[in-house]
Design a protein. Sequence first.
Length: 233
Amino acid sequence: LSCKAFDLDDAIKSFAPAVGDKTAIIPLLNGMLHLDALDKRFGAQHVLGGLCAIAATLNEKREVVQLQPMQSLNFGERAGGMSDRVRAIADTFSVVNGATASDHIMQDMWEKWVFLASLAASTSLMRTSVGNILAAPGGKDFLLGILDECSAIAADAGHAPGGPFFQRTRGLLTAEGSPMTASMFRDIKAGLPVEADHVIGDLIVRADAAKIPVPKLRTAYTHLKAYEKQRQA
């Protein structure tokens, strides 16, 4: 299941008739809110964890353009460990470059969310690339500040980013001259819908529940919601 979050309800209606007793759903959406919707409709036993990482867009001719040589697809049981069905899926996906079964998929999903939210919040708010933000006064502190806010929320949920992931993420967000932007920023430039509530808003809800201050995320979220109002008008 690889739709955007704002298309989830329609997607569920379209594939629900095909879901049977042995169906396993692998959602690749951003954030975590989609899990609640899928669990409610199909039962948690049918819903695996999953994520993908790819940098791609559509050009003026509506052709798919890969922006960076990266592609990965991870999936697994949300409770952890390795099940027979995950092994079977892994065997089917063995011909796919970058497809990997994970025995800690929820940690993987949280780590992606931390990175994506940090990148989306900063590049959408500043309307430019990581490299240009870093070149501006206070830019590096802003980027790392957003990363710290997102990391604190993940840590409170029991999924603190760490090790190779955190070092890689920090490196991507501090790479001078980097042209990297989030797909959310590119969607804003194109006047398209954005996943403001699912990627940023839900983090703020969780931060409020844990009493974690997230002023930078709040600013980015206000910006995104203002964009949505403008787009609706």
